[in-house]
Ligand binder design. Structure first.
Ligand code: 5RP
Length: 234
């Protein structure tokens, strides 16, 4: 287990209060948090979690964190999730674990979103990490053409795209929502907000990995401590 990721998760745990409904993100850092949360639950803390993926639900069950259906809660107090890249304006690329659709639904309705990462995730500009775009399999070729158009309109040309395969094999990965992922090697996304809007307007795009204005707190884990940064929005 990465000590930097663990230190970020420990700092996030300090923000959890008894009685909270928590959005539980996906990925290795979020799972470290879930594991630590399970220890608190064993010691008597009363929380419920809304998992953002089947994998996180499995991890939460293994660590005895009680889960609730998102439709059965009237609020999510706090969501803790990881990220693949974060820029200087705290805009993010997520979806390296293919859970972007549920992660964005939960982040969007959460009262507070805490992102836990190690320092390698902080970048000057987004795009070094291939941007995941979740697409409906029906007429995927047409949707991919429109994704290229959107990228070009955002000034991103000659992009290599890959239909994401399953981890060990050649078959396309199918997300929890039954969709495919197209990974777009943008290299540099100069205007993430513009590209986000363009991708949102394509009917076959179910979601994309640009998380705009969704993070409230970023926690960067280091070897021996964690740095907490709050976002100030006007
Ligand atoms: C999953 C995600 C993850 O949060 C992201 O990929 C980071 O994962 P990790 O904590 O394993 O580095 O967006 O869809």
């Amino acid at each position: 287990m990465s000590i930097a990721k663990k230190n970020a998760a420990i700092a996030a745990l300090e923000m959890v209060e008894d009685g909270m409904v928590l959005g539980l993100g996906s990925g290795s850092t979020a799972e470290i948090f879930v594991e630590l949360l399970g220890e608190q639950v064993r010691q008597g803390m009363k929380v419920t979690g809304v998992p953002t993926s089947a994998q996180t639900a499995k991890c939460a069950k293994e660590h005895n964190v009680p889960l609730v259906d998102p439709d059965k809660v009237d609020r999510i107090h706090l969501t803790i999730d990881g990220a693949d890249e974060i820029d200087e304006n705290f805009q993010m690329i997520k979806g390296g674990g293919a859970c972007l659709l549920r992660e964005k639904i939960i982040a969007d309705i959460s009262e507070h979103v805490v992102i836990i990462v190690d320092a390698s995730k902080m970048v000057e500009a987004l795009g070094g990490f291939p941007l995941p775009v979740e697409v409906e399999p029906f007429a995927m070729g047409l949707t991919v053409e429109r994704i290229y158009d959107a990228l070009a309109q955002a000034g991103i040309k000659n992009v290599e795209t890959v239909l994401r395969p399953i981890k060990r094999g050649k078959k396309p990965l199918v997300t929890d929502g039954g969709n495919y992922i197209i990974d777009c090697a943008c290299k540099k996304i100069s205007d993430p907000m513009l590209l986000s809007g363009l991708l949102n307007s394509i009917p076959g795009v179910m979601e994309h990995g640009l998380f705009i204005n969704l993070a409230d707190t970023i926690i960067i884990g280091e070897k021996d401590h964690a740095k907490v940064m709050e976002i100030v929005r006007e």
